[in-house]
Design a binder for this molecule. Structure first.
Ligand code: ATP
Ligand code: MG
Length: 341
């Protein structure tokens, strides 16, 4: 029964909460790291605008959404080109040309992946060692980054919870989409969904409010309410602390979420089932064992990288975390202990 599972953490609530806030402070990126990303952006922008003066270079992902933790020297950027044909191979050709431009500019670490699902060039900024992932016309990523940033403005508890969860996921090695676990982006969406479902809610559902940001990208409607200044304090009626939220987050994913039938979504607070999305059968390598709906690209199940083995690993990690919080009076050292195979 749920009543027993929900008994609550073994730790003293105030002590746990203070320790978590201290951790969040330690996870904030240092000014030097932020400066390194800014310099990397300026380098990329200078090289690309010399070749495409009409284009725009955007930073997206955690460097642009207030949700980045320290020691993550990665920055995601995309080149926005107005008149790129939709033809397959068009982005790959631009990626190859960008690679040449950076090599000519003296950047030594340039890796081209033009055939990837999202063609990308990876480079390392020479002075700061910042790792850059550069794509072309990744317009959905620009908008979903803005959506996440807008959510982060509404209530500070979102960024705090995200910091703890990202740090936990990296330490426990369940934050690598290439190895079949979940991307940071997925964890952020899970945190937003969690705060939307608290009672009373801590976050609204911005896609369910009257839209003020109107945008369509390809066939995807990206409208949502982006006047978030007016929503600051939306969650004030909910007094849960970071400690409470970390507990309920892990407890939910360990013991309550119905992985078999339901879809994680932030687009609506109405439950969404795998059945209605037709995410019930394996198609090729897409298994839909853990389903997380992209907020805009609705056909995209962000959890499709998970297989049986990684799903079981992830579920055990959620159970381990929830169990430690429930039973251990001082749970953080073990909760965040690096995973050893
Ligand atoms: P970290 O701080 O660990 O780098 P992050 O917040 O930058 O995490 P990533 O998983 O690196 O998150 O993703 C960066 C951005 O790329 C996301 O904010 C999102 O805009 C975009 N993105 C990542 N994965 C996907 C995906 N599968 N589909 C669509 N957009 C994605
Ligand atoms: Mg990133």
């Amino acid at each position: 029964g749920g009543a027993i599972l929900a008994a609550g953490p073994a730790a003293d609530a105030a002590t746990l909460n203070t320790a978590l806030h201290q951790l969040v402070d330690e996870l904030k990126p240092m000014p030097a790291e932020v400066e390194g990303r800014t310099q990397a952006f300026e380098l990329v922008q200078a090289v690309l605008l010399a070749r495409w003066p009409e284009a725009k270079v955007h930073v997206f992902g955690s460097s642009a959404n207030n949700l980045s933790i320290c020691n993550n020297n990665d920055v995601d950027m995309t080149l926005e080109l107005q008149h790129l044909p939709d033809a397959p191979g068009a982005k790959a050709a631009v990626v190859e040309e960008m690679g040449r431009l950076f090599m000519q500019a003296g950047v030594k670490d340039v890796l081209l992946l033009p055939k990837a699902r999202v063609p990308v060039v990876k480079l390392v900024a020479p002075t700061t060692n910042t790792r850059i992932d550069l794509t072309v016309n990744n317009l959905l990523a620009i908008v979903n980054t803005k959506l996440l940033r807008d959510y982060s403005v509404i209530d500070p508890r979102l960024a705090q919870l995200v910091f703890v969860v990202k740090h936990w996921a990296k330490r426990r090695q369940v934050n690598d989409a290439y190895r079949g676990t979940l991307s940071s982006y997925c964890y952020v969406l899970m945190c937003i969904a969690h705060l939307q479902h608290r009672s009373p809610p801590i976050l609204p559902c911005l896609q369910a409010l009257p839209p003020t940001h109107i945008r369509t990208i390809g066939r995807w409607n990206c409208d949502y309410h982006d006047q978030v200044e007016g929503l600051r304090g939306y969650g004030a009626g909910n007094t849960e602390t970071l400690g409470d939220l970390v507990w309920s987050f892990f407890e939910f994913w360990a013991w309550r979420h119905d992985f078999n039938n339901s879809v994680v979504t932030i687009r609506t607070t109405t439950p969404v089932s795998k059945a209605e999305k037709e995410w019930t059968k394996r198609v090729g390598n897409e298994r839909h064992l853990v389903s997380i709906e992209d907020p805009f690209e609705l056909s995209h199940d962000l959890g499709r990288t998970m297989d049986r083995q990684t799903t079981s690993v992830l579920h055990k990690e959620f159970e381990r975390a929830a169990g430690l919080l429930r039973d251990d009076p001082e749970p953080l050292p073990k909760l965040l202990e690096p995973y050893r195979a």
